[in-house]
Every structure is written in C-alpha cells, then in structure tokens.
Design a protein around this ligand. Structure first.
Ligand SMILES: Nc1ncnc2c1ncn2[C@@H]1O[C@H](COP(=O)(O)OP(=O)(O)O)[C@@H](O)[C@H]1O
Ligand SMILES: [Mg+2]
Length: 280
C-alpha cells in the first residue's frame, strides 16, 4: 500500500489529492491544489464562504471528478474503485443533505449500511446493531420511529451524522456538521467527533467556528479562493496576518483559557470608533 507520510512514522494517507483542479461546468473553483489527509488526524478545514471547501470535500469523497490532477484513496486512484468500495472506505456528510420523502429516522440511518450489503449479504443483525449504535451515539435512539421531516433542524442534522456513523468507514468527511445546532449540541457533535478520532478514525470536517476548529483539530487547513493558504497546527494557521488575508478580518488571537489553544477575537469596530471619537 502506498504511504506518503514521513518515512518511519508509519502513518498512511487515506486520502491524497495531487494537483487537483475542481469545478462546475464553465467554472474552476479549486485550482491545482495539493492536500494530504493523514491517517488518524482530525483535520479541520476553514475558510471564507465560497472559497471551495465543499467542492474540495466532494472531490475527496468522489462526488465530483477533478478536471486535472488525481485523488488517491488508500494509495490507489479513487476513480478505480467501485461505488460501494469507496463508500466502505470513506463517508461524506454533505453540507445540506436532501432528506428523502416520508422516511423514518431508523430507515434513513439504515441507508448508511447499504455499502455493506449485497445480494449474498442482505440486512443482518450486524446492520441492525450498527444502526442502533449510531443512533445512540447522537442521542436519537428514542426517535427511531419518527419521520425525519417532523424533526427540528438540529435533530435532523444528528440523524444525518448517525447515517454516516452507521456506514462505519475508517475515514469520515463532514461538511459543516454543526451548522444548524445550538451551542450545546455543537459541543456534543464535536466531542463525538473527537471520540471517534481517539478510537482511530480519520476525520475531516469543514467548520465555520474558528475557535471550535482550533479546539478540536489536530491539524488545520485554511483555504482562500480555491487554494490552501496555510496548514498545520492551529497556532500556525490562526494568526492575525492569515486571518486578515483569508477573511479580511481584523482580530486578536488570544489563548483559550480552557486549553491554551488559539482563540480568535474579532476587533470591535464600533467600540474602536467610539473610543477614537472620545479621544478627539
Ligand atoms: N453545483 C454547483 N454548480 C455551480 N457552481 C457551484 C456549485 N456548487 C458550488 N458552486 C460555486 O463554487 C464556489 C465554491 O463553492 P463551495 O465549494 O460550496 O464553497 P464553500 O463550501 O467554501 O462555501 C462558489 O462560488 C459556488 O457558488
Ligand atoms: Mg460549503
């Protein structure tokens, strides 16, 4: 198997994109980008709206085919795998998944088991256990019989996460998994991600909340206009200079009092205006 990490550290790269350009008809969004997702890392991708985060994630999950360059999954061209084989190796939770009509929570989560089934191996006890476990992990067990479209946005998001968990892939790509959630449920989902990571899964998540990103990521990637502007430890990525370059945001970076990680505090323009006026 192909391993492209440093010699001797024994870390394989489940996903590697080399020189990829990705886009939509008539439009290139990501150009000639290289990214290596190291096994066992919790990589968090951040960047301004429309910079290409979801586009990149779709290419890593083979929902989009790059127009240039290549994506390797476990060392082999991702295009060369069967659809089910890709889905057994990497799960992708899209940013705005579309709920099928009139489906129960249990049935939606059960769809995550599809890649594990075949004509010879139909629904089994193992599948039922995977669905139950996934629902329990997101705290939705008691809602298994409910219709998905009756749930709140946050509950629905947790059901989608459960579907990805039921897929039981070693690598999981999550596009803004916390977006519809209140702060307590955001922490729940990120703690769950962190637990999955500790259990050995490779995680890649797109997050908007920079402070949550810094808190949970073992590695951060900052994107801007279809390219990677910086990657590495949160301290190296969330700097005042890079925040200004990527987001046009003026901010202070302080230490998170909880854990010493970087914490982004945007400057309060109103307060500054008032104090300057006061001084004049
Ligand atoms: N299906 C699509 N067809 C055409 N353009 C798209 C499509 N999806 C996204 N885009 C465009 O590609 C750019 C990057 O989008 P996206 O990857 O979703 O950004 P991000 O996730 O960083 O907010 C945006 O300008 C967006 O409008
Ligand atoms: Mg997006």
């Amino acid at each position: 198997m192909h391993t492209s990490a440093e010699p001797g550290d024994g870390v394989a790269s489940p996903l590697l994109a080399h020189g990829v350009s990705i886009g939509y008809p008539g439009r290139t969004v990501v150009s000639e980008l290289d990214i290596e997702i190291l096994g066992g890392e919790f990589t968090v991708i951040v960047g301004p709206n429309a910079c290409g985060k979801s586009t990149l994630l779709r290419a890593l999950g083979r929902l989009l085919q790059p127009t240039e360059g290549r994506v390797l999954l476990d060392g082999q061209a991702i295009a060369s795998y069967s659809t089910k084989e890709v889905a057994r190796r990497v799960g992708l939770l899209p940013q705005s998944p579309i709920t099928p009509d009139a489906i129960t929570v249990g049935d939606l989560v059960a769809r995550g088991r599809y890649p594990h089934q075949s004509i010879l191996r139909q629904w089994s006890v193992e599948d039922a256990i995977a669905v139950e476990d996934a629902l329990a992990q997101v705290g939705m067990s008691e809602h298994a019989e409910r219709m998905v479209d009756e749930l709140s946005g946050g509950q629905r998001q947790r059901v989608w996460i459960a579907m990805s968990l039921a897929q039981q892939t070693p690598t999981l790509l999550l596009d803004e998994p916390t977006t519809y959630l209140d702060v307590a449920h955001q922490i729940d989902v990120l703690d769950l991600c962190s637990q999955l990571h500790e259990e050995g899964r490779t995680l890649v998540a797109v997050l908007h909340d920079l402070n949550m990103a810094a808190r949970y990521a073992t590695r951060m990637v900052l994107m801007s206009e279809g390219s990677i502007l910086a990657e590495g430890a949160a301290e190296d990525v969330l700097t005042t200079e890079l925040l200004e370059r990527a987001f046009g945001l003026k901010a202070r970076v302080i230490e998170d009092p909880e854990n010493g990680r970087p914490m982004v505090v945007p400057l309060d323009r109103r307060r500054r205006k008032v104090s300057t006026e006061g001084a004049a």
